[in-house]
Design a protein around this ligand. Structure first.
Ligand code: ATP
Ligand code: MG
Length: 452
């Protein structure tokens, strides 16, 4: 751990009294206040810390409240009945209030002097970090200066050890300490820089951004499960589109989603607008408080690669459904080596993809079978997104939207009974309520999903 704050004139402790900052107890969750007061009354130091303090200073609504204290996890446990101790890498106390969990962390030290606990560093990376320390030490081991501000429940002041208040005012993310050392300790901090810059609309300080190119490859060694968690924070937190653009701009996308990054670098404009529209729709849903599934979003991000593989294998003569199933399995297999998407999500992704070619088979039995699929809704939403790919796809999406509105008998009467895919004329005919034209054999038999 590097104790410096990046320059020799490291700022000393600055205490900002209650009347000089914007944090009001009204904006702090009741649960967090209870934890802070209880610790304080028991004689411990207790602070709100991290993202919550930063977001409150910026006038935002923190989604979680973290507490830092000089009480050890065992001491915290003794104070709260509703408390469980978790974590190996970082031992923490969780105090549970119904759906809300307040994370209480003991100040972590550096292990260089008289401290208790243990720390393990392998190849410059911290793998276990349970050394208790002082608040000063706790501050400098945090990532960005804006994330190292402490709200003191004993006098409602904010304590700033590293210059975080200045950065909040300047809207900039500066790392604490030497950027290369800090990214080597934990490469995920590079993703956090991109994510927080997107979420807060802050710029990343030049020295914090400079190592991305050289150290980005370290992300391929990060734990895939952690990268999955970080991906959810980036893409499902309501700032997905901005995070995605920021990741790309920082040159980090290719370490998380290599195939997506490659396709976009090749200038696949249709894929770009599909991905961006998918992220924008997800952001809108999150902001409206609607549910979002990681499966849909990952299906969007990886679509280009799945589609291209399926088309290539179909062109080589592989049967349609097998080609799609194999393409899906192949892309999921590769992706999960980087970002460990849990099986329950990859399963849904594979279903969404493999239903896509079936939207092009406008024939009575097949249409009704597809409408009855449990995954129809997600697959249809995905089809609507594919309107970004081509006008034919847009038309197909409109046809299916209309088909769902029709009474079953009307729809059945309008559909040809014959099997096999028919041309894009048929959907249009049904959509405007005309009887479908006589089925015309296409000159080229096509197993492809018209999206090429
Ligand atoms: P968000 O608003 O997305 O929750 P956050 O900054 O609160 O952002 P958390 O993951 O909740 O992010 O982390 C809480 C705090 O823990 C951070 O503000 C920071 O002080 C510290 N922290 C988190 N991850 C790291 C890391 N990889 N290295 C150093 N400090 C970290
Ligand atoms: Mg947080």
């Amino acid at each position: 751990m590097n104790f410096q704050t990046g320059n020799d004139d490291a700022p000393a402790l600055r205490i900002i009294p209650r009347d000089q900052h914007a944090i009001s107890r009204k904006s702090i969750s009741k649960a967090a206040l209870r934890v802070l007061y209880r610790l304080n009354e028991a004689g411990f130091d207790a602070y709100l810390v991290g993202g919550a303090v930063r977001d409150l200073l910026l006038g935002g609504h923190p989604k979680d409240f973290d507490v830092a204290t000089n009480a050890t996890p065992d001491e915290v446990k003794k104070l709260f009945r509703n408390c469980r101790l978790i974590g190996r890498r970082f031992r923490l106390a969780h105090v549970v209030f119904g759906p809300e969990i307040i994370e209480v962390a003991t100040f972590r030290g550096t292990g260089e002097d008289d401290t208790e606990g243990d720390r393990h560093i392998v190849d410059g990376r911290i793998v276990r970090d349970n050394i208790w320390g002082t608040i000063e030490e706790d501050a400098v081991r945090r990532d960005f200066r804006v994330n190292a501000l402490y709200y003191d429940i004993s006098d409602f002041s904010v304590r700033d050890y590293v210059g975080g208040m200045q950065d909040v005012a300047d809207r900039v993310l500066r790392l604490i300490g030497d950027p290369v050392t800090r990214y080597r300790e934990d490469p995920v901090r590079m993703l956090r820089a991109a994510r927080l810059a997107a979420k807060l609309e802050f710029r990343i300080d030049a020295p914090a951004a400079a190592p991305f190119e050289a150290l980005g490859p370290l992300l391929t060694e990060a734990a895939p499960a952690r990268l999955f968690d970080e991906s959810l924070k980036m893409f499902l937190g309501g700032h997905g589109l901005k995070s995605f653009r920021m990741l790309e701009q920082c040159g980090l996308l290719k370490f998380l989603f290599p195939s997506t990054a490659r396709a976009l670098e090749r200038g696949d404009h249709a894929l770009r607008s599909l991905v961006e529209q998918g992220l924008a729709n997800t952001d809108a849903r999150v902001i409206e408080g609607k549910s979002v599934t990681p499966a849909f979003l990952f299906a969007v991000l990886l679509w280009g690669e799945v589609r291209d593989h399926a088309h290539a294998w179909i062109a080589q003569g592989m049967e349609l459904s097998e080609a799609w199933a194999r393409a899906a399995a192949h892309v999921v297999g590769e992706q999960c080596q980087r970002v460990a998407i849990p099986r329950r999500f990859t399963f849904t992704m594979e279903e969404i993809w493999s239903l896509q070619p079936r939207f092009e088979q406008i024939q009575r039995k097949r249409v009704f079978r597809l409408l009855a699929q449990p995954r129809f809704r997600a697959a249809f939403d995905f089809l609507l997104l594919r309107a970004e790919e081509s006008p034919a796809m847009r038309e197909l999406g409109q046809w299916w939207a209309h088909a769902q509105q029709l009474p079953q008998d009307v729809l059945a009467a309008a559909l040809p009974a014959a099997s096999g895919p028919i041309g894009p004329d048929a959907p249009a005919a049904v959509a405007v309520g005309r009887p479908p034209r006589k089925r015309r054999r296409r000159r080229k038999p096509s197993g492809k999903s018209g999206s090429a």
